[in-house]
Design a protein around this ligand. Sequence first.
Ligand code: FAD
Ligand code: SF4
Length: 328
Amino acid sequence: MQPFTYHRAGSFDEAMREAARPGAALLAGGTTMVDLMRGDLAAPSSLVDIGHLPGLSEITTTGSALRFGALARMADAAEDPVVLRDYPALAESLQLAASQQLRNAATLGGNLLQRTRCVYFRNGVSACNKREPGSGCSALDGEDREMALFGGSERCIATYPGDWGIALAAFDTAVEVRGATGTRSIPFADFHRPYGEDPAVETVLAPGEIITAITVQATPAGRRSTYLKVRDRESYAYAVVSAAVALEMDGDIVRAARIALGGVATKPWRAPEAEAALVGRTLSEAVALQAGEAAFAHAQPRRQNAFKVELGRRVVARAAMVAAARGN
Ligand SMILES: Cc1cc2nc3c(=O)[nH]c(=O)nc-3n(C[C@H](O)[C@H](O)[C@H](O)COP(=O)(O)OP(=O)(O)OC[C@H]3O[C@@H](n4cnc5c(N)ncnc54)[C@H](O)[C@@H]3O)c2cc1C
Ligand code: SF4
């Protein structure tokens, strides 16, 4: 680990000032940042601790939206009674992530900025465009079981690892940020960048910008939502495949559907083809499976991850049935 200075910010303005200095990085819960620094995957010259700043940890309902302060702990959001009742997919995505100890420390804002688990990125020595731009991508000819079926390029095929971001993608979500030029609200679909030219740049956050909140628009589909995660072991593991499904039902007929996929794409991945396969239909297991098939119709499997296509179809179908069975 490289030497660094630690600065505990006394106010939001001070945090912004310090974060704008060259080589500075923010620290919230520290569960990603410290991990990256220990692996020499990040080497900030100063860490600006914002984890204790007041006013950024509340979970509130404001009129038509649910608002999560960026410093709310994952565990608090996972156990919040309103989230549990009105947005079970959001609560489940957090309950199924990491471990209780990590969820107690980790924040919701930091969660959105966690980095890929690609082994070639993490090992610190293999060619990796994400760690060392221009060096190549070892995964293209290497182990690709964990790699993406959607959104990859010849520069990078690493999956986005988070759970909470997948559930957020099943709702109308925005990320509120504040920086030197003011505040702005970023639609969640635009927050994570496609890998395109430079896989090292993963979000549209400008240097020094701080996430202040994540807002989710209220929807009747909230209560009929679920997050289903399949992993290699029953706990404390990232998703092999996951799906978040939120449905609006009129009796057995699907009026509206939102579906997002995890473990299979380079960023939280909406599946509009799967949504279209459900809307206006009477939901049955066969129709749910058609939605699963539509979700993976354009998947680009590699040598070792083709099994995720069939698995993913079934995960989407199962999640749709679970969501529909939930009451309003
Ligand atoms: C062993 C292990 C297992 C895990 N398993 C899972 C899992 O199964 N599913 C899952 O979803 N996640 C998992 N995680 C990831 C974990 O959820 C994240 O590490 C955590 O949410 C990050 O939050 P943090 O507050 O600790 O962020 P930090 O480590 O403090 O920060 C992470 C990054 O975000 C930046 N940052 C933090 N807050 C802000 C802000 N408000 N504005 C702008 N930038 C900010 C930091 O500068 C840093 O770059 C796991 C992590 C570990 C270590
Ligand atoms: S897939 Fe992405 S993160 Fe993995 S080695 Fe290739 S460039 Fe690096």
